[in-house]
Design a protein around this ligand. Structure first.
Ligand code: ZN
Length: 207
């Protein structure tokens, strides 16, 4: 793999679409851009194409979250994409595997490492239905992923800007491009429904 220079090129490309994060004005997390004003037609087309691809990968992450739910886990899913192909898939498996670290993101990163045969996942984009916790965000830094696309935000434990900002800032040894809010409604509705059902089930058990 190309390593640093590859990754730098990749990030430069995304700066065109998602704003130059090196400027102080845009140093905060980049919300997923829906506005397409002030772009050339060519950039517009490329951006729309990328957005459609992003939606497609996030839809797969949502499907994996459903799989977690059918296995009795909290519905969170993650997909790792490298050069336009899925290289890692993950869904929450902590309960079934008795493993506190078996979060969807960790599972997807592990599989991606096996697929690419490298523990450095330069140029990989990770799509996850819920904002990652500090552990997963830390693993993303160690993996040197290029980009993280998040569905729903997590105001309680989110480490991509909501509670902590592990992935960006001067303190980090690697910068990850973060975009939040892709298919956020679908992602958060899935989680809300899960917890609603769980509460209803525990209430009916008490009766
Ligand atoms: Zn996590």
């Amino acid at each position: 793999m190309g390593g640093g220079s590859h990754s730098t090129r990749f990030k430069k490309k995304y700066r065109v679409w998602f704003g130059d994060r090196s400027s102080p004005k845009n140093s905060a997390l980049t919300e997923f851009p829906h506005s397409t004003s002030n772009r050339t037609d060519m950039t517009l087309n490329t951006k729309t194409e990328q957005y459609q691809l992003d939606e497609q990968w996030m839809a797969q992450a949502i499907q994996l979250a459903s799989r977690a739910e059918t296995e009795g886990e909290v519905p969170i899913g993650a997909v790792a994409v490298y050069e336009g192909e899925v290289v890692g898939r993950g869904w929450n498996r902590s309960i079934s595997t008795h493993d506190p670290a078996a979060h969807a993101e960790i599972m997807a990163l592990r599989e991606a490492g096996q697929t690419i045969k490298n523990y450095r996942l330069c140029d990989v984009t990770l799509y996850v239905t819920l904002e990652p916790c500090a552990m997963c965000a830390g693993a993303m830094l160690h993996a040197r992923i290029a980009r993280l696309v998040v569905g729903a935000s997590d105001p309680k434990t989110g480490a991509a800007g909501s509670v902590l900002n592990v992935l960006e800032g001067k303190h980090t040894f690697h910068q990850v491009v973060v975009e939040k809010g892709l298919l956020a409604k679908a992602c958060s509705a899935q989680l809300r429904q899960f917890f609603r059902d769980r509460r209803a089930a525990s209430k009916s058990k008490l009766k």
